[in-house]
Design a protein around this ligand. Structure first.
Ligand code: SF4
Ligand code: SF4
Length: 341
């Protein structure tokens, strides 16, 4: 999100809307990545496992996503899955229309199939490709979206590489430098992001970083920032990783993002991870970045999170009033309006 969008986002919060929307546009994915939160049984809670949901296709998916955008009016939309590229025909219609509406769109994919070449010309579209570790580990975890296939499928684009650091990667000497050396030299890669594996509370999965690994990873990435110019990891984000929000209620990202699953109706709570995520071990880049923004002091005095909380209070009031007006005038419920926690 650019600086001008931060002010737009603030305006949306103060008028009672969440400025960011994230939509799992499909339940389908040809991969079976270990540690994938989307297919964990607790991801959607009472709604049931992702693979059991109704899944939209064709014009009904296009219309359904546009209806969500019309209803919630986000300034930023993340399209995730499942694997969004299994619906590439629908995206071919949706992406240009979202661009025309002035919405910043982030498409998160494994790049398991070719990314249509003309998508590179769509304004405000950022294509983010998930790549988990060095080739042997990645190819084992994320087949059939192997390094070889990704390199073919991103040709001619300008993608962002997104690596989620797991214990397996953190425990291997020089893995970050090797990863950056490889992906930095790829002409189709514009920048490289790192986030950290975020477990559920009590999760004992192999991917979970120990506190020592987490700290050493952040030290190492800080050191590598100067050597690799494509590494996009601002110091405030690194500091945000060191001190994650204590709970979803303290997480500006979770409170300002509405996450919707593949039935285009149900919310994923408390954040995109769903279930009961361990905020104290959060590795979400957006959450870390917004935590850092919230702690920034305006004129050296007032933390921005105080202004944010005041804006939320104003937004809640406006949202409640709007809900009453809508209920009065249309006899509809206020389900579509945002109420902040
Ligand atoms: S590609 Fe993404 S959605 Fe599919 S299994 Fe892997 S992590 Fe999960
Ligand atoms: S994004 Fe991270 S800090 Fe925010 S609610 Fe989710 S797990 Fe917690």
């Amino acid at each position: 999100m650019e600086k001008k969008d931060v002010f737009r986002a603030w305006g949306r919060i103060a008028s009672g809307y969440r400025p960011m929307l994230s939509v799992e546009i499909t339940r389908e994915c040809p991969l079976r990545c270990p540690g994938c939160y989307a297919y964990e049984p607790e991801h959607l809670g009472q709604i049931g496992p992702l693979r059991t949901l109704a899944d939209y296709k064709g014009q009904s998916l296009v219309d359904g996503v546009l209806a969500l955008v019309d209803r919630y009016r986000p300034i930023h939309l993340s399209i995730v899955g499942g694997e969004p590229l299994v619906r590439f025909r629908e995206l071919d219609e949706l992406l240009p229309r979202l661009s025309q509406m002035g919405i910043n769109v982030q498409l998160v994919t494994s790049a398991v199939r070719p990314i249509p070449m003309h998508w590179g010309a769509i304004k405000n579209l950022q294509i983010v490709v998930s790549i988990d570790g060095l080739q042997p580990d990645h190819d084992r975890r994320r087949a059939p979206a192997t390094y070889e296939r990704i390199l073919q499928n991103i040709q001619g684009h300008s993608i962002t590489v997104h690596c989620t650091v797991t214990h397996q990667m953190a425990a291997r000497a020089n893995s970050f430098a090797e990863f950056l050396s490889f992906w930095s030299t790829q002409p189709d890669v514009r920048k490289i992001w790192f986030s950290l594996f975020t477990p559920q509370v009590g999760d004992a999965a192999e991917e979970v970083l120990s506190p020592q690994e987490r700290s050493a990873t952040l030290d190492e990435l800080r050191r590598l920032r100067t050597a690799f110019t494509k590494l996009d990891l601002p110091i405030p984000v690194l500091e945000g990783y060191r001190r994650p929000p204590a709970s979803p209620a303290e997480c500006i990202f979770a409170c300002t993002t509405l996450s919707i699953t593949a039935n285009l109706r149900s919310r994923i709570t408390p954040c995109q991870f769903g279930g009961n995520p361990d905020c104290t071990q959060c590795g979400c880049m957006a959450s870390a970045g917004l935590k850092a923004v919230g702690e920034h002091k305006l004129l050296g005095l007032l933390p921005l999170k105080s202004l944010y909380k005041a804006s939320v209070r104003v937004g809640k009031t406006i949202s409640a009033v709007r809900g009453r007006l809508e209920a009065d005038s249309t006899e509809r419920s206020s389900e579509g309006l945002i109420s902040f926690r």
